[in-house]
Design a binder for this molecule. Structure first.
Ligand SMILES: Cc1cc2nc3c(=O)[nH]c(=O)nc-3n(C[C@H](O)[C@H](O)[C@H](O)COP(=O)(O)OP(=O)(O)OC[C@H]3O[C@@H](n4cnc5c(N)ncnc54)[C@H](O)[C@@H]3O)c2cc1C
Length: 323
């Protein structure tokens, strides 16, 4: 057995933000045995990615390289990682809970007769892995038993990427033996999720609007507030269902998971399906006219009042403070 590995994801030639969160989680896990995690980058030419990875507090970087890994395919990545894992026998393999990981890691785990503990939100002593159940109403604690590696994917926003320290790590290359016949799919254009239009996942400040806004014509009120703050706009589901804002701005269990420094929820009740997407935010401010609204249970600051009075006053105060 040899330690904790974290697989970093290539997003347009750079390592994705959620990968750094996975590094923070992997280092937490490795620290339980007084060690640091090792990073893995996968591709045909991974030099630049490995350089980037080496600066983020990992013990070493392994470059899994093969010409057939130039583009992501589930078969290619599964075959390459299976071979690497059989050679290295790691204790834990940590991934960001991305679309790509959801696509191939369950198959990888199954090939090794193991399971994936997916969408982990916390790691405790033992180690014990926490994940949410029933749309976030319950949390379950999971432990790995039996022999073989334990596969974990970590939820976006659950671990703070900025806890990953800087240090220059050594790197090595692993060349898997992949046959072109093993790859049964032909890669098309990479799936970009919502990133082309808006990447709420990396926003530092978000102003989110809910049904309290009443109608689409009132949205400029929220847009002015967001512009004054330099924040992205997000919404609860009814706003996107009505077509008032595009679906990629929806936060929650069927939308995006976000973890900005500031999440300002305006006229949002705080239904559990919304909360699971934003409760990892560092500072939550809620404006709601109902003092009993569940959003106040997760808010750091609450303003009980009519948003049509509070929001314009807040926008003006921010504008004049910035002059
Ligand atoms: C399977 C499933 C998946 C779902 N996925 C999501 C998801 O991803 N994201 C999501 O958001 N929802 C999701 N939902 C819907 C969720 O259950 C809620 O219905 C939704 O979040 C409610 O949105 P809201 O808070 O904007 O509206 P409401 O619950 O109607 O709340 C409006 C709030 O505005 C306040 N308000 C009204 N007028 C004013 C005013 N003048 N000033 C101040 N406050 C005011 C009210 O007091 C109220 O608290 C999902 C539901 C299901 C069943």
């Amino acid at each position: 057995m040899s330690g904790v590995y974290v697989v970093l994801e290539d997003r347009g030639g750079r390592i994705s933000r959620i990968s750094w969160e996975a590094v923070a989680a992997a280092n937490l896990l490795a620290a339980q045995s007084g060690a640091k995690a090792n990073a893995v980058v996968i591709g045909a030419q991974t030099e630049a990615l490995a350089k980037e990875a080496a600066t983020k507090g990992v013990a070493k970087v392994v470059r899994i390289e093969h010409p057939l890994l130039a583009q992501y395919t589930a078969d290619g990545f599964t075959t390459a990682l299976e071979e690497f894992i059989r050679a290295e026998s790691p204790d834990y393999f940590v991934f960001p809970h991305s679309y790509q990981v959801r696509d191939y890691v369950p198959a990888l785990a199954a090939r090794l007769g193991r399971v994936l503990i997916g969408d982990v939100t916390a790691i405790g002593d033992g180690p014990v892995f926490t994940r949410q159940l029933m749309q976030g109403r319950l949390s379950g604690n999971y432990k790995s038993t039996g022999s073989g590696p334990c596969f974990i994917s970590v939820q976006s926003g659950a671990f703070r990427a900025d806890t990953a320290e800087s240090a220059a790590a050594e790197s090595s290359t692993f060349t898997p033996t992949i046959d072109a016949a093993q790859i049964r799919t032909k890669p098309g254009e990479p799936f970009r999720g919502t990133a082309q239009t808006v990447d709420l996942g990396s926003a530092q400040m978000i102003v989110a609007v809910g049904r309290g806004i009443k109608e689409a014509d009132n949205l400029p009120l929220i847009q002015d507030l967001a512009a004054a703050l330099g924040a992205e706009i997000a919404a609860s589901r009814p706003i996107c269902d009505n077509g008032w804002l595009p679906i990629e701005r929806q936060v929650g269990s069927s939308g995006q998971t976000v973890a900005p420094k500031l999440y300002l929820a305006v006229g949002i009740s705080g239904a559990i399906q919304h909360l699971v997407g934003m409760k990892g935010s560092q500072c939550i401010v809620a404006i709601n006219k109902d003092a009993e609204a569940p959003i106040f249970e997760v808010a750091d600051y609450g303003i009980v009042g009519d948003l049509f009075e509070v929001v314009p006053a807040l926008t003006e105060a921010i504008k004049s403070a910035r002059q």
